[in-house]
Design a protein around this ligand. Structure first.
Ligand code: ZN
Ligand code: ZN
Length: 352
C-alpha cells in the first residue's frame, strides 16, 4: 500500500467526514419537516455508508470503479443491462399478477375493512427503490464474477444431475431462509430497528408487489442479498450448484418476494417448504413474529411463529354494529309512527 498516497488524501478524508457530520446533524433536521422526523435515522444510515465509500475511494482510486463495475463495462452497456434487469423484473411481476388475479384475497383485509396499508409512497420510498435497483444490479455483476470463477458452480450441461439441480435448489431456499430469519430478527432489535428495517414496516398491509417488496432500506437490501450469497457459498460446497438451478432459484426468489407483498392468499407447501403470503402479512401486522419466509420451522425454533389471524372478530363486530343500527332504526320508525298516529288522533278530536 502506498502510504504517501494515503497521507496525501487525509485532507480529502477529513473533508468528507466533516461535511457528512454537518449534513446529517445540522442540515437534515432543518429540511425534514417535523411530521417526517422518523425518516432522519434511515437517511443518516444511508448517507454514512456512502461517505465511508467515498473515504475509501479517496485513499484508493480503484475501489469504487471495481465495486460498481467489476467487468469494467462501458457506461452504455452497464446502463443497458440495468434497464434490461428492470424490464425483466417488470415482466416477471406482470406474469405473476396475471396468474393470481383471480385468487382470493387474504381474509383479514375482507374482515377488517378499517385496516389500511401505506396509502401513498413518498419521496424517500422512491429514493430507496431507486437505490435498491442499483444495489441489485451491482450484486448481479459480482455474482456473475463469482459464478464464472468458482469451481463449485457447475457450468457444463453434461455434469447436470439431481443433486446439483433439484437438491441444491431446495437447499438454497433452506439455507437462505435460515440466514435470513436470524438477520431479520436482528434487524428488529430495538437499537437497530429504527435505522434500517422500520422503513419496510411503514407498510402494515403490503399490496403493491415489487414496489412494497423493494421498499426497504438499501442496507437491508444488502443484508438480504448477503444471506443469498452465504447460502450459495455454503450449498455450493455441500452439493455443488448447477448454473441452471441457480438461474431458476433467482427467478423464483424474486417471484416469491413480489408475491409476499400482494394481498392474495397464495401458498406453496411440500417437504418442509412452507410459503404463504398470509405468514408474511402476519409479520407486517405483528412485526415480532414470522421472521422466516419459506421454512416457518425456523420461527417455530425461535419461538416467534404466529398462525394467521383472519380478523373474523372485526367482521362480527361490524355485523353486530350493523344489527344494532338496524334495531335502532326500527325503534325510531315505530316511535315516529306512534307520534304521527297520536297527533292525527288529537287533530281529529279537536275538529269534532
Ligand atoms: Zn415485507
Ligand atoms: Zn420485519
Amino acid at each position: 500500500m502506498d502510504i504517501s498516497n494515503n497521507i496525501k488524501n487525509i485532507p480529502a478524508t477529513c473533508i468528507i467526514l466533516a461535511s457528512t457530520m454537518i449534513i446529517t446533524n445540522y442540515i437534515l433536521p432543518i429540511y425534514i419537516p417535523p411530521k417526517q422526523k422518523h425518516h432522519i435515522k434511515p437517511i443518516k444510515a444511508l448517507i454514512w455508508p456512502i461517505a465511508m465509500l467515498l473515504t475509501l475511494q479517496s485513499s484508493n482510486v480503484n475501489t469504487l470503479p471495481y465495486l460498481f463495475n467489476p467487468f469494467q463495462l462501458k457506461l452504455h452497456i452497464w446502463v443497458g443491462l440495468y434497464i434490461m434487469k428492470a424490464i425483466g423484473l417488470g415482466i416477471l411481476e406482470s406474469i405473476v399478477l396475471c396468474f393470481i388475479r383471480n385468487t382470493k384475497k387474504l381474509k383479514y383485509r375482507e374482515n377488517n375493512k378499517r385496516a389500511k396499508g401505506l396509502e401513498a409512497l413518498q419521496i424517500i420510498d422512491y429514493l430507496f427503490l431507486f437505490a435498491n435497483s442499483f444495489v441489485e444490479t451491482i450484486f448481479v455483476h459480482h455474482l456473475c464474477v463469482f459464478v464464472l470463477n468458482d469451481k463449485y458452480i457447475i457450468k457444463s450441461m453434461d455434469e447436470m444431475n439431481i443433486i446439483n439441480t433439484f437438491l441444491s435448489f431446495y437447499l438454497l431456499f433452506l439455507a437462505d431462509d435460515f440466514f435470513y430469519a436470524i438477520s431479520h430478527r436482528f434487524m428488529h432489535w430495538g437499537p437497530i430497528y429504527p435505522w434500517i428495517h422500520k422503513h419496510h414496516h411503514r407498510q402494515p398491509l403490503p399490496e403493491r408487489g415489487y414496489l412494497d417488496a423493494g421498499n426497504e432500506h438499501p442496507l437491508e437490501q444488502l443484508i438480504g442479498l448477503g444471506c443469498v450469497f452465504l447460502a450459495i457459498r455454503l450449498i455450493s460446497y455441500v452439493t455443488t450448484i448447477h448454473i441452471v438451478s441457480m438461474f431458476i432459484y433467482f427467478n423464483i426468489y424474486a417471484l416469491l418476494a413480489i408475491l409476499n407483498h400482494t394481498p392474495y392468499d397464495v401458498k406453496f407447501y411440500g417437504f418442509g417448504f412452507e410459503y404463504s403470503v398470509a405468514a408474511h402479512e402476519m409479520h407486517h401486522r405483528n412485526p415480532k413474529s414470522n421472521y422466516a419466509q419459506y421454512f416457518m420451522y425456523w420461527d417455530v425454533l425461535m419461538g416467534t411463529y404466529k398462525p394467521y389471524d383472519d380478523g373474523a372478530r372485526y367482521n362480527k363486530k361490524s355485523n353486530n354494529n350493523n344489527n344494532n343500527n338496524k334495531m335502532m332504526e326500527k325503534m325510531n320508525n315505530i316511535k315516529k309512527k306512534k307520534t304521527r298516529s297520536s297527533s292525527t288522533k288529537s287533530n281529529q278530536s279537536k275538529k269534532k
